[in-house]
Design a protein around this ligand. Structure first.
Ligand SMILES: Cc1ncc(COP(=O)(O)O)c(C=O)c1O
Length: 391
């Protein structure tokens, strides 16, 4: 038997993490101190990019990207329906007209063939930005997206909230860390507790473009700067200027300390998540279940382990697992079918592959502190479900 309910994702907080937070609480700064730039430097080094800007959450990160790209009302922005709604909302805050591009049925990521079809039938420059999501931790083909961006003239923001620590291989055979922005304008991350780096709340924007970094850093804190080289005049040491209308999207020092402490374990977390994934793959292979797609040259970050089951079985399996204290999750309800997006004219039938995926998907427990016994309990429960409900 298990001692406590098993959810689809869970944070791991070690004594070292607690120590890092306590030390910060005893320090001189609770916000805007040294820990935030420290984390930003560590994260940029880890990914291999120039700039990282830490903010209060992943949604704020998306909003700031939209601001940095100067998204205006009715600008067209393409994203995927299989994501948390924040991927679209961050651009919608500025009035963008969101276009949902259907998914690839194998990877569940934005289908770049379909994207190309959308782009081909519109004049160049119609779409201001494309925002794919590395759903579940699987990387989008950023190189192909980059070529499309050059051909059709749009900015790229990769929503990497599910995928820090994952990697892929480009056509030159070079390993690319997810979020390093070698082929993208900006990438965003979330440090929500179910994510790889669990800072309570938190987010980050990465980029290699100084102009975009300067903008998101300015908008993160009210559009205020004290940088003498940017001031229009200087009345003395106290002087600052609000140069743009920004937000308070700052993060605290203790969250940054927690994020830094967790970043040290990110590689281990990815390894452990992959171990858990392989064990599920093997254990479920003789059941009427589709397990996640993989490809050579890719390190899947496995934020989620999503299986597909027959639509007629999905709810029963979900309920059966719940009855056994296993809280598997359905991720995601296609964003374009949300009442809000329907009120803007989106409708069922718009992204049929995503809608079909939604009837089949189920995210099984996947987090590095899931023990072998707990995972076995989950596997046994799934096998028992199918024994009871004949295949
Ligand atoms: C794909 C994706 N994008 C964006 C976000 C938003 O991040 P946050 O919850 O930190 O605002 C999430 C969080 O759940 C997410 O899963």
């Amino acid at each position: 038997m298990i001692e406590h309910p098993i959810s689809y994702g869970h944070q791991l907080i070690t004594d070292e993490d607690i120590q890092a937070v306590v030390e910060t609480l005893k320090s001189d700064y609770l916000t805007q101190g040294p820990r935030i730039p420290e984390f930003e430097k560590q994260f940029a080094n880890y990914l291999g990019c120039e700039y990282a800007c830490m903010v209060s959450n992943g949604t704020a990160a998306l909003h700031l990207c939209a601001m940095a790209l100067d998204i205006k009302p009715s600008d067209k922005v393409i994203t995927t329906p299989i994501t948390f709604v924040a991927s679209a909302n961050g651009f919608r805050y500025l009035g963008a007209d969101i276009v949902f591009c259907d998914i690839d049925p194998k990877t569940f990521l934005m289908d770049l063939d379909k994207l190309e079809t959308i782009l081909k039938f519109s004049p160049k420059g119609t779409y201001k930005a494309v925002v794919p999501v590395d759903f579940a931790g699987y990387p989008i083909d950023e190189e192909r997206l980059h070529h499309l961006a050059e051909e059709y003239g749009f900015a790229t923001v990769i929503d990497c909230c599910h995928a820090p620590g994952g990697s892929w291989t480009d056509s030159k055979g070079e390993k690319q860390m997810i979020g390093n922005c070698k082929y993208a304008d900006m990438s965003v991350f979330s440090f929500h507790p179910v994510k790889h780096i669990a800072a309570g709340e938190g987010g980050c924007i990465t980029t290699n473009r100084k102009d975009l970094y300067d903008k998101v850093a300015l908008y993160r804190t009210h559009g205020i700067t004290k940088d003498p080289s940017r001031l229009t005049r200087n009345d003395g040491g106290w002087y600052y200027e609000m140069q743009e209308l920004g937000y308070n999207y700052r993060i605290t020092e203790f969250q940054a300390a927690l994020a830094s402490s967790q970043l040290k374990r990110l590689d281990w977390s990815i390894e452990r998540r992959n171990e858990i994934a392989h064990r599920y793959d093997e254990a479920l292979q003789n059941l009427p279940i589709l397990t996640p797609y993989r490809q050579e040259g890719i390190t899947h970050a496995f934020h989620l382990y999503v299986i597909e089951v027959h639509p007629s079985r999905r709810k029963a399996l979900y309920d059966y697992l719940r009855d056994h204290q296993i809280f598997a999750q359905v991720l995601y309800i296609p964003a374009h079918t949300m009442p809000y997006y329907k009120s803007l004219g989106h409708k069922e039938g718009e992204c049929p592959i995503a809608e079909d995926y939604y009837t089949r998907c189920l995210a099984l427990p996947m987090y590095p502190s899931l023990t072998d016994e707990e995972q076995q309990y989950v596997i046994d429960a799934i096998i028992n479900f199918y024994l009871k409900n004949d295949n």
